[in-house]
Design a protein around this ligand. Structure first.
Ligand SMILES: Cc1cc2nc3c(=O)[nH]c(=O)nc-3n(C[C@H](O)[C@H](O)[C@H](O)COP(=O)(O)OP(=O)(O)OC[C@H]3O[C@@H](n4cnc5c(N)ncnc54)[C@H](O)[C@@H]3O)c2cc1C
Length: 373
């Protein structure tokens, strides 16, 4: 393959693909519209399959150093009663120990060591074309670049998806219309801990003994406006760690991230010399924290197919064939959980202790296997 792979988007998916191609000695160029990564201060939860994918990218030691181990999950009612818990270390094994990591650290790990001149920041892609011999992109500065394959790693509002597939495919998540995310001093939480009440769900994950990453959403609909008062009112009757972190998070509303939760469901990810990976292909509500994990797996699988010698259109088509069942599994499990999250609290209090662990196993069990298909 003489012409480079053109990667559009320098988020987790794009950087992971750059890294995987670099390891295989395949030429690529990455174009990222932003001057620097967004959401830089916040964190991401990496279940075991994300850790496995990072290991395959040669970053096992780096993620072990940067990510805080998530040893256990606890599911509680809004009043604090423990419904069930899961030993994550036992479930995934020591090699795939789930971790919570700051997004800046994950980006740094993925980016470190990529050769100079292969990642262009402040370089937005405005148009995508292809002919039987090559793919072509236009950049915002008016220049045009040709490559063997154009990879849309450009997130939920993908330019590549619209240009090459003519598909929007964005929908509001069933889970909730919007969410708040924030960082706060750790109130003494030592594991992944969620409290689910009638109107809101609240998750805390330590990124260190001193700091937690927080996520809150409404059980139905979600707050339409980024009003911090919604957090204070919705979680007023919740246990101390929740109230303490709500107080810390709302003290400086500028540090609160409020965003819609959107999903992408499209019938095709591969079309000739254009292919979609990560959120551009299949953004999914963060019910099972699979967005980053699937993006990392996509990158590793696509790079492996290109390295095995398939020409670009064949590798793209095979990537879609291989990855569809796994992504469909995650989407199905996400929809299933989202529907049960909307049931009244008293119903959940009865069903969760019986079905909670089974639901965790059903969602994550198949994801322990590699190849990621
Ligand atoms: C509230 C919330 C919480 C989440 N929590 C978790 C979690 O705990 N665990 C988890 O695994 N996942 C989580 N996710 C999902 C996860 O963040 C995403 O799945 C993941 O970041 C997707 O990475 P990506 O690289 O595909 O897309 P993005 O991160 O969106 O990156 C796309 C990049 O493309 C760039 N771009 C866009 N258009 C262009 C263009 N025209 N030209 C050039 N560049 C362009 C953008 O600037 C951006 O940098 C969460 C998502 C949300 C909304």
């Amino acid at each position: 393959m003489t012409e480079p792979v053109l990667i559009i988007g320098g988020g987790i998916a794009g950087l992971a693909l750059a890294r995987a191609l670099h390891r295989h000695g395949i030429a690529y160029t990455l174009y990222e519209r932003r001057e620097q990564a967004a959401d830089a201060g916040l964190a991401v939860n990496l279940p075991g399959n994300a850790i496995t994918a990072l290991g395959r990218l040669g970053l096992g030691d780096e993620i072990a150093a940067a990510g805080h181990p998530v040893l256990r999950r606890e599911y509680r009612t809004g009043r604090g009663r423990l419904l069930f818990q899961v030993d994550e270390r036992e479930f995934w094994g020591a090699e795939a120990q789930p971790r919570c990591v700051r997004r800046t650290d994950l980006h740094r790990i993925l980016r470190d060591g990529l050769p100079d001149g292969t990642v262009h920041e402040g370089a937005g892609v405005t148009a995508v074309r292809q002919d039987p011999g090559a793919a072509e992109i236009d950049l915002a500065d008016g220049s045009t670049v040709r490559g063997s394959l154009v990879v849309g790693a450009d997130g939920v509002r993908s330019t590549v998806r619209r240009a090459a597939f003519g598909d929007d495919g964005v929908r509001a998540a069933l889970l909730s219309g919007a969410s708040f995310r924030f960082m706060a001093p750790n109130p003494g939480v030592d594991c992944w801990a969620v409290w689910a009440g009638t109107y809101g769900t609240y998750l805390l994950i330590p990124v260190s003994p001193a700091e937690v990453y927080g996520f809150a959403c409404a059980t139905r609909g979600g707050p339409a406006e980024p009003d911090p008062a919604w957090l204070t009112e919705t979680f007023a009757g919740f246990p101390e760690p929740v109230r303490q972190t709500v107080e810390a998070a709302t003290a400086d509303p500028a540090q609160l991230y409020h965003s819609p939760i959107e999903e992408v469901r499209v019938p095709r990810w591969a079309h000739g010399r254009a292919v979609l990976i990560g959120d551009a292909a299949h953004a999914t509500a963060p019910v099972w924290a699979q967005g980053a994990a699937l993006a990392l797996e996509d990158a590793e699988v696509l790079a492996g197919l290109l390295a095995a010698g398939a020409d670009a259109p064949a590798a793209a088509a095979e990537y879609e064939r291989v990855r569809r069942p796994r992504v469909t599994h995650v989407q199905t499990q996400t929809d299933r959980f989202s529907r049960t999250a909307a049931v009244p609290g008293w119903v959940r209090a009865i069903t969760a202790p019986l079905g909670g662990r089974a639901s965790y196993r059903a969602a994550y069990g198949p994801l322990r296997e590699w190849p990621a298909r």
